[in-house]
Design a binder for this molecule. Sequence first.
Ligand code: FE2
Length: 440
Amino acid sequence: MDATSSTGQQDGKDLAYQPGFGNQHSTEAVPGALPVGRNAPQRAPFGLYAEQLSGTAFTEPRARNRRSWLYRIRPSAAHPTFRRIPNGALRSAPFQEVEPDPNRLRWGPLPVPDTPTDFVQGLVTVGGNGDVLRREGIGIHWYAANRSMERRVFSSSDGEFLIVPQRGALLLHTELGLLRAEPGHVALVPRGVRFRVELLETAAAGYVCENYGQPFQLPDLGPIGANGLANARDFLAPVAAYEDREEDTEVVNKFGGHLWAAVYDHSPLDVVAWHGNHVPYLYDLHRFNVLGSISYDHPDPSIFTVLTSPSDTPGLAGADFVVFAPRWLVGEDTFRPPYFHRNVMSEFMGLIEGAYDAKAEGFVPGGASLHNMMSAHGPDRATFERASSAELRPQKVDDGLAFMFETRWPIVPTARALGAVHRQEDYDKVWEGLGRNFRP
Ligand SMILES: [Fe+2]
């Protein structure tokens, strides 16, 4: 431990974590800092301030209730007035810059910036749905950054941030501790939790699902049973780690779709101990236990759901996070790639590495596609022709890692996303040449 931090500086490769999803974790960076037997003793240990951070209403059912108790050097309440700062390319719901667009959209990677840009400055919103002030819907962002956040921390009151790194490892310094997220991992920072993003490489890029709705949870497994898909034990929460820094720190808060900032005279990442279940977490997508058909047909992609944010309608997700991880295809007399379909749900896809089995080309790592409500999509012509005539031996699909943010409402793009130089205006052409084969 150095003079100003309980963690020292590091690349995060040997960080300690607490395993489990939704657990009531307990952790202290200084032995004895966590009160025993009560949350708010008359005097918290070592002169710390006790503070509850609620991610759900006090009265939500116990199985859904999320809150953590933080024991910190300074109380969060002691801060100067927040002032509006520019939003950059960050946008929020309701999305009304352009009319909802029924076309299938696709983009190449967001260019890495050529001016100094940190994670917050590098957020570029693709689109979304719902309404931040009603805590419903999602915002979808890219990020591309080339420097760490220094003396600057961020939090979103509007939603939780599910961060999907595509390029460059990140060290997330959160109020509750550190997470090292690299391509192939996802990291979630809950609503209201402050964090700063340190780049562990010269450039970083990826995707964010900002979930305004109910916190992501693990999907029910039904007849699958007690195990499978994303297993709870593979989620990692941080251990307490704090910064004791008396230096000016800009605290940026996303609230109601806009950015506000205040300059504190200390780092607010000063939580010495905490307990609870409103916590950041990390998940390695390679741990996903892929289940699928061992007889025929491609299952509906909901079988690949990692996390789901439920709505008030049973089975209807505000947002699902879905991964297309390496897997075997063994279906007999089956068109094995994802089938042609039109879906009431809206689908935003990204590619972390490699290739995706429904698109032969054009869908590249860092790129994205948007197939909105009822838009017709599926394999491109080259994939259709190959898969329709392939010999159906058992086949390992292990050359890529794609994911999807799927949501109950249409995704309205931003003007910037529609006009982006990296948009592929000719996307419709991938389905050209799928001519008639009908021979009665
Ligand atoms: Fe689809």
